[in-house]
Design a protein around this ligand. Sequence first.
Ligand code: GLV
Length: 321
Amino acid sequence: MSKGTLVLSIQGGADNWSPQRWVARFNAVGGGRKVVLLPDQIADPDDVHYAAVWKPQPGVLAAFRNLRVIFNLGAGVDALMADPSLPKVPVVRVAVDDLTGRMTEYVVLHVLMHHRQQLELRDNQSRKLWQPGAQWSAGAVTVGIMGLGTLGRDAAEVLRRIGFRVVGWSNSAKTIEGVECFSGRDGLASFLAKTHILVCLLPLTADTRHILNRGLFERLARNSPLGGPVLINAGRGGLQVEADILSCLDDGTLRAATLDVFEIEPLPADSPLWSHPRVVITPHNAADTDPDAISAYVAEQIARFEAGEPLQNVVDVTRGY
Ligand code: GLV
């Protein structure tokens, strides 16, 4: 009996996203299961049981009547949720230590960079200026994390370990040891009023689109040793209003920003964000997905599913994450 075909549909730019690399990895862990990279011809579309995708063309999975599970090859599922023709089967998102660890590295790197005033020191270096400046302890800074799923929770725990005060905000109530957690619209104002460095790891949904706007920045704590609130967004570009970020940087509502994601990607060459002295830009690579770790994770989920065990990290399509 056929083990069922796994189709891959991958739109990716970075080196790590070479579709051939993903095909090789899925062949290596598939135990003989047929792997087809779309748009290659499929001999028997009814034999397709699984799909592993990253930003597939809308509608591309609709032809597979016997599809059982869709695996999203990244943490954010907003691109999939936007496809009304997506087959009504479980969607599993990636939650592996490898990806979580990479995001925590990014968050810690940029929190520390702003906390230790690395932008100013770099600027001084370019002018051969030896100016140690004031230094404060991590315990004087409160990092507020929006989004307390797998990624937010891990970053919160590591930041706490380094000595920062950490507060968190999420849609539904969460508990993390040593982290004051707020939830829902009611908890947002109290969370913001404590936050010096805002880290956004929220999923993009109809509720969170444009949540990072002037009204929100104005409610951040203004007693920061950093000289003003700092924004770090490694979630999705659709969460932010870039015109508000720029105007808030210019009038002091925000002190600085690190942005990994943008309303339009790649960030257009004429965006003023590129050359703003207090903006750090990274090209949506905060936490790359590793084909080795993720193909093994998908194979493990398929084995669970076929053994009649529940899939893990299934997306709630009504919530959109
Ligand atoms: C990357 O953006 C991801 O969602 O994993």
